[in-house]
Design a protein around this ligand. Structure first.
Ligand SMILES: Nc1nc2c(ncn2[C@@H]2O[C@H](COP(=O)(O)OP(=O)(O)O)[C@@H](O)[C@H]2O)c(=O)[nH]1
Ligand SMILES: Nc1ncnc2c1ncn2[C@@H]1O[C@H](COP(=O)(O)OP(=O)(O)O)[C@@H](O)[C@H]1O
Length: 200
């Protein structure tokens, strides 16, 4: 599966967590400032873009046919159907290659299922599960964001409860109650891992 990717990089950060946990917010802050040079792998998805999203920057927005064609052509290192939404999400090999060629850290913001597959392929990757302080807080944020219907919110809450069972498979867990502290923790993890890799 990873055959086309030269030398599986240990410089990879996998970030997962329930919808509304703050992944997008934290990724944005990391891309603004981090102790290592890192770049986001832009995923492909069959879901529709939100009003502020740009094709090729936030996601590659594909039709289901195009996604399936690329999947059949073995263009993904992993893919998953997320949130029982019926929508497919996947990490393109070409993205990993593009970032590796620049000798940067690869940042993957992917769901728990996809993350399990990537961890198998790249066991040396740094993995972080992002959590909110409580399920109540999580629900409040999801509602405050105001981008989803009630049905979607309820489905995501169910998914979030299931996802919590995967926490143990991540190397680190960061609680995003205070945003600056949470971002600081992730930056610290990156710095420590980079120092470790440079030493060894
Ligand atoms: N497996 C996998 N999951 C992805 C990928 N890209 C995004 N996701 C996950 O898809 C889920 C939904 O993302 P999105 O539609 O942007 O909604 P959001 O979580 O509310 O921002 C999140 O859990 C992401 O981590 C990918 O390439 N592969
Ligand atoms: N530490 C925090 N405290 C309060 N609100 C936060 C915090 N982190 C993120 N948020 C807010 O929570 C909402 C969901 O965050 P978002 O980054 O979109 O989550 P995700 O990408 O995990 O779905 C957004 O409105 C965001 O501004």
């Amino acid at each position: 599966m990873s055959d086309q990717i030269a030398g599986p990089t240990p410089r990879m950060l996998i970030l997962s967590g329930p919808a509304g946990a703050g992944k997008t917010t934290i990724v944005k802050k990391l891309l603004e400032a981090a102790p290592v040079s890192l770049e986001m792998s832009v995923s492909a998805t069959t879901r529709a873009p939100r009003p502020n999203e740009v094709d090729g920057r936030d996601y590659y927005f594909l039709t289901r046919e195009e996604f399936e064609r690329r999947r059949a052509a073995d263009e993904f290192i992993e893919w998953a159907e997320v949130h029982r939404s019926g929508h497919l999400y996947g990490t393109l090999k070409s993205e990993i290659q593009r970032i590796q060629q620049q000798k940067k850290w690869v940042l993957l913001e992917i769901d728990v299922e996809g993350a399990q597959n990537v961890m198998r392929l790249f066991p040396a990757a740094l993995s972080v599960f992002l959590q909110t302080a409580s399920m109540d807080e999580y629900e409040r944020r999801l509602r405050d964001r105001g981008t989803e219907t009630e049905e979607v919110i309820l489905r995501r809450l169910r998914t979030a409860r299931e996802e919590l069972q995967y926490v143990a498979s991540y190397k680190h867990r960061v609680i995003n109650d205070d945003l600056e502290r949470a971002v600081g923790e992730v930056r610290q993890l990156l710095a420590s891992r980079e120092a470790e890799l440079n030493a060894g």
